[in-house]
Design a protein around this ligand. Sequence first.
Ligand SMILES: Nc1ncnc2c1ncn2[C@@H]1O[C@H](COP(=O)(O)OP(=O)(O)OP(=O)(O)O)[C@@H](O)[C@H]1O
Length: 332
Amino acid sequence: MTTAPSTTAPTSADAGREPLVRTRGVGRRYGEVVALDDVSLDVPAGQLLGLLGPNGAGKSTLLQLLCGLRRPTSGSVELFGRAPWEPGARSRLGTTPQETGLPPTLRVGEVVDVVAGHFTDPVPAGEVLERFGLADLRRRQTGGLSGGQKRRLAVALAFVGRPDLVLLDEPTTGLDTGARHDLWEAVRAYHRSGGTVVLTSHYLEEVEALAERVVVVDHGRVLVDGTLEEVRSAVPARRVRLRAATAPDVGADRVVSDGDRHELWAADTDDLVRRLVRGGTPFRELEVAPASLEEAFLAVTSRADAAEDDDVTRTRTSAATPVTAPTQERYR
Ligand SMILES: Nc1ncnc2c1ncn2[C@@H]1O[C@H](COP(=O)(O)OP(=O)(O)OP(=O)(O)O)[C@@H](O)[C@H]1O
């Protein structure tokens, strides 16, 4: 599986104009649990958006609202400019929920045909199966597939109807490294052909590899909404790695040592390196690097937790202060 055939290109005449998804102040409660709280988000055509957040952050709930499986308890949700629970709004949508059940006695090819039967111009079954590395399994009953093969099929089904937008909830969970990379390539190919993607993931490297926009949610609220670079900059410090007999004392903000390996954190690493050289401490294997997405993610979500702990009287509706202001304007 390499590139998506041109037949996968979205047919939407309004691509690039209206957002395909729009939420305004959307909230969803399950009894006392506030799963989503005041989320406003636009997803324009052609964007590949990664939704990140710890367990229970509200990611799946958001996707369920977007595809009309659940209704919001406050605020509004639009899919292609309509209410997502209207069947017509979903004709240009493909989804893979976090958990999918496949009819165990149907063959892989039959499942694809059943899904294709719901669309006027589906991608031919052979093409979909080829793209997701399932061509050899076409005649296998789904009950006999491995967990990873089932997951690949579940994700493939989202693309059968030639959708303009796909919502993928943890698409690569349970896949081995090779299968994960193949699936990334299929998603990238769809995106290159003009498709719009919203995916959730616990794999930060997945979001780093795929997404052009990252939205971090926690406790049902958007904490950061921006490019990968903007999310990384939520951690202002940069890091210098080196090897030396002892950690050099050059006034770093934070030093993490493991044997002769040391990590020195500072806002101005150029200045830190100058001090290091002037200090004359012997060192080797010097590396300067920005914070990784993982470090930014942990910093942002733990800051939100600390904000909650600081104020026990605060209610969920005013929980986490965004670390950077949401930047929907940029994506209109
Ligand atoms: N049907 C439900 N009934 C009650 N509470 C629910 C229901 N669905 C979700 N929740 C709660 O809503 C919150 C958000 O859950 P959600 O599944 O949206 O999070 P998530 O970010 O997708 O988590 P994960 O990464 O673990 O899949 C959690 O506290 C969860 O327990």
